[in-house]
Design a protein around this ligand. Structure first.
Ligand SMILES: C[S@@+](CC[C@H](N)C(=O)[O-])C[C@H]1O[C@@H](n2cnc3c(N)ncnc32)[C@H](O)[C@@H]1O
Ligand code: SF4
Length: 388
């Protein structure tokens, strides 16, 4: 029997100053001004149409992602969040995160975002090395990155995240360590540490840069990890490190297979409907221009489908195995509606390979399971490696 998980809201703001060569997010280089008035109108109209699917539910977190949300003025963010609050039941103290690019934050903007109700900033620093930033096509240098972090702190945000990437073109272990050290000097409560991946249909895919060899990348991960552990950070997810209690509540909800409303161009949503024994996935129109035009006939949704039981099992483990915390069988059953007995084959195989250990109540990912996460996740594929 399906049960309702916590609900969060993702809002996609799709414009950037320039498109970075490694990025495959639904983000578009801005031509002229951000149409913020029209876009906020569209977002709020979109949200209103979503309400019947989530009547009576409390929202635990909101995430303004992109793209570069910091291209929007404080006034626009204020109107957006006021609209969200008016339409939805936001839990007291709900986490409200906004992504910002150090190259696209006007003076005093952080104060206005805070006044609008944003209580967590996620800053896309990527590296503190000017040459690397240039190779990554970033619109900011080291100095702007440092100033932006100071501005976030100065505006009174005690909760913030720094995004760093590692295994960058021709990067040495020392350089990767230096980036982490510089980030730590600002005492962030949270650090996202992503290995640079070459995504299809990006400039880097067409003209791949020289990335560090696998062994060197492994050494970087190990040594950066040791540095972070030594500084009191916990790796609660594959790429997410935080001080105790400062995990991203919003991202935790994704990884724990919670529900989320997704509004804005290309945003994804997942909503559980227990009375109908269904889990629905939705996607909004991808192209900002089409999304904006959808306001005319209330047609924001481009795709909607029920998730099959088999896919629910795979998607649950795809997300959930990213987290370090153990997986209670009771949680699996509540969020997928599938009985634990259905897991016998993949779990036996995963145990045999040393990727998990299983007790009466929960599944534990082992160190090996962390290292070979893709293989572990693959065991839960419908008719996959395990012939479940
Ligand atoms: C949607 S971006 C948000 C921040 C903002 N747009 C910026 O770049 O400053 C989220 C983060 O994903 C990471 N990211 C994007 N593309 C990546 C890639 N190909 N490999 C690894 N990390 C990536 C970057 O660290 C980036 O800050
Ligand atoms: S600024 Fe962020 S979202 Fe925009 S293109 Fe660069 S990485 Fe992608």
């Amino acid at each position: 029997m399906l049960q309702l998980p916590p609900l969060s809201v993702y809002i996609h703001l799709p414009w950037c100053v320039a498109k970075c060569p490694y990025c495959d997010f639904n983000s578009h280089a801005l031509q002229g001004q951000v149409p913020e008035q029209a876009y906020v109108d569209a977002l709020l109209a979109d949200l209103e149409l979503e309400l019947p699917r989530v009547w009576g539910r409390t929202v635990h977190s909101v995430f303004l992602g992109g793209g570069t949300p910091s291209l929007f003025s404080g006034q626009a963010i204020d109107r957006l969040l006021a609209g969200v609050r008016a339409q939805l039941n936001l839990a007291p103290g709900a986490e409200i995160t906004m992504e910002a690019n150090p190259g696209a934050v006007e003076h005093d903007r952080f104060e206005s975002y805070r006044a609008a109700g944003v209580n967590r900033i996620s800053l896309g620093v990527q590296s503190f090395d000017d040459l690397q930033l240039k190779k990554l096509g970033r619109i900011h240098g080291r100095a702007e990155a440092r100033q932006a972090i100071e501005a976030v702190r100065g505006a009174g945000f005690d909760n913030f995240n720094i995004d760093l990437m590692w295994a960058l073109p021709e990067q040495s272990v020392e350089q990767a360590l230096d980036d982490v050290e510089q980030a730590l000097s600002f005492e962030p409560p949270h650090l996202s540490h992503y290995q640079l991946t070459i995504e299809p249909n990006t400039v880097f895919a067409a003209r791949p840069p020289a990335l560090p060899e696998e062994e060197l990348a492994w050494e970087m991960q190990e040594k950066c990890g040791d540095l972070l552990l030594g500084a009191g950070f916990q790796p609660y997810e594959i790429s997410a490190w935080s001080r105790p209690g400062r995990e991203s509540r919003h991202n935790l909800n994704y990884w724990r297979f919670g529900d989320y409303i997704g509004i804005g161009a290309g945003a994804h949503g997942k909503i559980t409907l227990p009375a109908e024994s269904r889990v629905v996935r939705l996607r909004r129109k991808l192209v900002p221009h089409s999304y904006l035009a959808a306001v005319e006939n209330a047609s924001f949704i481009a795709e909607q489908h029920d998730v099959s039981a088999e896919d629910l099992v795979f998607e649950y483990f795809l997300n959930r195995l990213r987290l370090a915390e153990a997986i209670p069988f009771a949680e699996f059953e509540a969020l997928t509606g599938v009985a634990r007995e259905q897991l016998q084959r993949p779990l036996e195989e995963a145990t045999r390979l040393g990727l998990v250990s299983v007790d009466e109540n929960q599944i534990h990912r082992t160190g090996r399971g962390h290292q070979y996460l893709n293989d572990l996740q693959g065991l839960f594929l419908p008719r996959g490696g395990s012939e479940r």
